[in-house]
Design a protein around this ligand. Structure first.
Ligand code: NAP
Length: 248
């Protein structure tokens, strides 16, 4: 049995590790990475890197490599690949599961401002603060480039490319992050507003606690929907159980 995991997340790596270590007879696991990160953390098992060439390319890959089950374990905000996965799985008649960690939920004392897009997040910012901790990743910075009255601390794994905000400092770092570390970032840069995607998970959630403690408003970009009709698992363990049902 051949399982293809569309990866690029910690959950995808954990799932590859679970399936690899499960010693299910005849189980072959391939992880696919987009190739965005220069030095990605590598999952167990086989790995391929780079786009497939749209939904049709992915469907062709599923057929050529005799894939029996597809798991979309990409980031909740990786919208295109998730819709391509749904179309390709239907075309190639391969069962598909989406692995999506649950989103974050505001707690008491949180000052969250929901936004439906990066553009909407940018539009909210001038009324909320002047010194922005921007944690939405290096892609899509163009949405904030016109905000030349604001100062940004932009954190990402690899360096961003223009267009970017003019008044911006870059902090190259990769999670998981600690509460102590996040408090220090907010304090040292005198941050007065945080921008985040609703990525969910524990690896990057300490910034939310640090913002709550400092009573800093948080602009939270909502997730795109999972494609219609696609089954969803919340954890790598649930996804591994889904795979086992096919391996008899
Ligand atoms: P996207 O907009 O949904 O996808 C753009 C294109 O990148 C896809 O059409 C596909 O190219 C290729 N692609 C994406 N994920 C792939 C994968 N796992 N394997 C092979 N090709 C892939 O994706 P994105 O938001 O740029 O994210 C790219 C990767 O970074 C994903 O693997 C995701 O899990 C990870 N990531 C994303 C975010 C985020 O905030 N978006 C955060 C952390 C990690 P083709 O059409 O040519 O197949």
């Amino acid at each position: 049995m051949h399982v293809l995991i569309l990866g690029g997340t910690g959950e995808a790596r954990r799932l590859a590790g679970l399936l690899h270590g499960a010693e299910v007879a005849g189980l072959r696991v391939t992880s696919s990475l987009a190739g965005r990160v220069a030095a990605p953390r590598m999952p167990d098992g086989e790995v391929r890197v780079g786009g497939f060439g749209g939904a049709e390319g992915l469907a062709q890959w599923l057929r050529t490599h005799e894939v029996d089950a597809l798991i979309d374990a990409t980031h909740p905000f990786a919208r295109t690949i998730s819709f391509n996965a749904a179309a390709a799985a239907a075309a190639a008649h391969v069962p598909l599961l989406a692995l999506r960690r649950p989103g974050w939920v505001p707690g008491e004392g949180d000052r969250w401002h929901p936004a439906d897009s990066l553009d909407e997040a940018a539009a909210l910012l001038p009324a909320l603060g002047r010194r922005v901790f921007l944690t939405t990743g290096r892609m899509g910075l163009a949405a904030f480039a016109h905000l030349d009255q604001l100062w940004f601390l932009m954190r990402s794994v690899d360096a961003p490319e223009p267009p970017c905000p003019v008044r911006m400092e870059v902090l190259l770092d990769r999670g998981p992050f600690t509460l102590e570390g996040e408090r220090e970032v907010l304090r040292r840069a005198a941050i007065d507003v945080l921008v985040t995607k609703d990525s969910g998970g524990a690896a990057t959630s300490p910034k939310l606690t640090a913002a709550r403690e400092a009573q800093i408003p948080v602009v939270v970009v909502r997730r795109p929907p999972v494609p219609d009709g696609v089954a969803v698992a919340a954890t790598p363990e649930e996804a591994a159980a889904w795979v086992r049902q096919f391996s008899g």
